[in-house]
Design a protein around this ligand. Structure first.
Ligand code: HAM
Length: 418
């Protein structure tokens, strides 16, 4: 049997990198005083149809959807912004505090064609800043994502691309203008874009197809149609980013793939990724909570793909905590368990061979595991324990007493390594 296509096991050898990135992320979330929230992986499919939009690829084409045994239409979450919005409304979190700063980390599912940096099950970390209309919130969210990405990657490898989509009304007006323009070239557009002309014309602006690009480059932009208020908001975001020395490039055709965005949208791209170079993205969604039947609560947030972040990262050599090996023959198995139990309770990591193979085999095994020290019980002839430094080969004999051995290991061996 194999795992499903596009779904990867994260093997023990990869876990240190994951733990490194997870603790880096948690550190930044703590510094920005965001609170973690965890929501279920399964939601009613309607949450995504209403929240994210059924014309989007993530929901309309790629969502894992099925009826559960009770006959409800449920979906594996393709993203976490809509679930977080649902949780806020369900638990009336906004009544306890009118502004919320939340973050999350978890698996998402999209039935896409797998390739480097694109999987069907992947992980996202994200943050949502709810209740603020001000451009200051957009900037805080971008700065938080920027800090995580800058901390994890080589300088100069991440680019921030920025745009504004204005209000829903401005988007509607722009959609009409864009459709009128694109219809003139409809037969020259790629097949996908021809379909999108009917379903989600703004997404055509995202197309990478050569045939579409030359048509798009000459298309009218939404910027020309922005109201003075929308313009002020966007200018304020740009000024604040400049004040924080966060470099960005404006792209008037950046639209993003999800339907809930208004005003600011942004994407982070890495020079270290291939075709799937978007390591993260996000934007403002002032209508999402109202769309889900709640109040008009504005919000802004980002999501970063953790697999892509790891591919884009500059992962440091992991320094592992010293591991102690305790070798014994079957005759000493009670002492072995007493000693390992005491060592672990003192916070010292240790492991053993539970088959009691020959001493030589056990030492080979300890070497393979990269243990710093081995404690040999009852060697050579029962009365003593030998503590062997696996790097230098140095040996020391101690009485066979769990407490004394533990104390020695704790005070000398581990202290040397810390
Ligand atoms: P998104 O751009 O759809 O935004 O996804 C965010 C990130 O998830 C992408 O930039 C990418 O790194 C990663 N990602 C998406 N699909 C895949 C895939 N199939 N395989 C691997 N990685 C993938 C959102 O999901 C929004 N909820 C972000 C947001 C939060 N907007 C406002 N708040």
């Amino acid at each position: 049997m194999q795992a499903l296509r596009g779904m990867r096991d994260i093997l023990p050898s990869e876990i240190p990198q994951w733990q490194w990135i997870e603790s880096l992320i948690a550190r930044w979330m703590e510094r920005y005083a965001y609170h973690e929230i965890r929501t279920p992986m399964l939601e009613y499919a309607d949450l995504f149809y209403h929240g994210v939009g059924d014309d989007t690829d993530a929901v309309g084409k790629e969502m894992y959807i099925f009826s559960d045994r009770g006959g409800d239409q449920v979906a594996l979450r393709p993203e976490l912004t809509a679930p977080v919005a649902r949780a806020i409304l369900q638990h009336a979190l906004h009544k306890q505090s009118p502004t919320l700063r939340l973050w999350y980390y978890g698996a998402c599912f999209r039935y896409e064609r797998p390739q480097k940096g694109r999987q069907r099950q992947f992980h996202q970390v994200g943050a949502e800043c709810i209740g603020y209309r001000e451009a200051d919130a957009d900037t805080e969210i971008i700065a938080l994502a920027w800090d995580i990405l800058s901390d994890a990657t080589e300088p100069g490898t991440i680019e921030l691309v920025l745009n504004t989509l204005g209000t829903e009304e401005e988007q509607r007006q722009y959609r009409d203008v864009l459709v009128a323009y694109l219809e003139r070239y409809a037969s020259d557009l790629s097949e996908v874009s021809q379909q999108r002309l009917r379903t989600n014309p703004l997404r055509i602006l995202d197309s990478k197809d050569e045939r579409d690009r030359s048509i798009i480059n000459a298309a009218p932009t939404l910027h020309a149609m922005l109201s003075p208020e929308s313009r002020v908001h966007y200018d304020a975001v740009k000024e604040l980013l400049a004040a924080l020395s966060i470099p960005f490039r404006e792209d008037p055709f950046l639209v993003r793939g999800l339907d809930y965005y208004t005003h600011t949208v942004f994407e982070f791209r890495s020079t270290r990724l291939g075709a799937q170079d978007a390591v993260g993205g996000g934007g403002r969604y002032d209508q999402l909570l109202a769309r889900l039947g709640g109040e008009q609560l504005p919000g802004v947030g980002f999501g970063i793909g953790v697999e892509r972040l790891l591919l884009a990262s500059n992962i440091p050599q992991q320094s592992s905590t010293p591991l102690v090996y305790v070798a014994a023959d079957r005759a000493h198995h009670v002492t072995l368990h007493r000693l390992t139990h005491t060592l672990r309770q003192k916070g010292i990591a240790c492991t053993t061979d539970l088959q009691f193979r020959s001493l030589k085999a056990q030492l080979r095994y300890a070497n393979k595991l990269g243990c710093s020290f081995a404690i040999l019980l009852g060697v050579p002839d029962g009365g003593e324990a030998t503590i062997k430094n696996m790097e230098t080969g140095e040996q020391l004999a101690l009485p066979l007493d769990a407490d004394r051995i533990t104390e020695h290991v704790a005070t000398t061996i581990i202290a040397d390594h810390s």
